[in-house]
Design a binder for this molecule. Sequence first.
Ligand SMILES: NC(=O)c1ccc[n+]([C@@H]2O[C@H](COP(=O)([O-])OP(=O)(O)OC[C@H]3O[C@@H](n4cnc5c(N)ncnc54)[C@H](OP(=O)(O)O)[C@@H]3O)[C@@H](O)[C@H]2O)c1
Length: 321
Amino acid sequence: MATFRAFVAEKQDDRVDRGVRELSDDDLPEGDVTIRVAYSSVNYKDALATIPKGRVARISPLVPGVDLAGTVEGGDEEVVVHGYDLGVARHGGFAERARVPEDWVVPLPEGLSLEDAMTLGTAGFTAALSVHQLEARGLEPGDGPVLVLGATGGVGSVAVSILAARGYEVVAATGKDSEHDFLRELGAAEVIGREEVTAASDRALESERWAAAIDPVGGPATAYALRTTRYGGGVALSGLTGGTKLDTTVMPFILRGVALLGIDSVQTPIERRREIWQRLADELRPGGLELLRSEIGLDELEGALDTILAGKARGRTVVRL
Ligand SMILES: NC(=O)c1ccc[n+]([C@@H]2O[C@H](COP(=O)([O-])OP(=O)(O)OC[C@H]3O[C@@H](n4cnc5c(N)ncnc54)[C@H](OP(=O)(O)O)[C@@H]3O)[C@@H](O)[C@H]2O)c1
């Protein structure tokens, strides 16, 4: 039987061994659709799946990779798969081959290449879902500045790019002083420092600044976004790189009608998932996919996982299979 290359994480007592191995189709889980994977990408959750205290991996050994794009075996249909149990409880995208249930499959939207699809990946889908939910609540370009937290990260950088392309005034908050030019190139009108958006405050409300906020960071930054979002605005919360605790009062909700919108990409029902991907190829398409993307091979993956875990990644890292 032919073999293929895969990056595997295997728990050994209190450590996790990581590296590239040869697997065969017998190692793949049951499923209706076998895919020749062309690209995967590096997401924060993938890094958590390869460390002892990450609480993400539910099987061992595991091929991580919560997203992939490739061609269905035996045909030429190009597809995207992400979320559900992929790269968590069944082998994921960091391998030349994958097998998944048919109802997890999203047809590659016209106008996106397989590489474009993974430049977006789970992070880009989450950014698009955040914009979609805020707009469903009434947000429109021209409403005023939209704050993007963790702006150089995967979700943040794609959000900056989507919003700028749609005509929003984007204010990007980052901890990386060296990346202000990158964020301006993506379309941010203004860049502010992380200290400003994570500072402790004993005030329940502060001056109303933001029409809305996109928040893949959590913790003190979410509390800041709630205190400073304008009357009727929304905060789309998707992540936890800044912490899982939320220290807020009820005031933003009951005095300003601010909404905290929970954003989950993992269990998004397949019909909604296919709709958001169509929109990502069209009216929610980010301005500069090539600006967002860097590309690596399987052999460089371990370093890239450490970089994202340290909060040092910039934009989106695509993994070429
Ligand atoms: N809900 C969902 O379905 C879903 C989907 C995708 C991702 N997520 C979550 O969203 C988060 C971002 O994922 P990602 O793949 O975009 O990761 P990422 O590329 O590492 O982006 C996270 C960014 O957060 C900022 N950050 C890091 N540490 C921080 C801290 N201590 N305080 C404040 N900001 C900090 C950094 O941006 P700056 O240096 O620019 O400040 C970092 O680049 C993760 O928690 C991930 O699990 C959730």
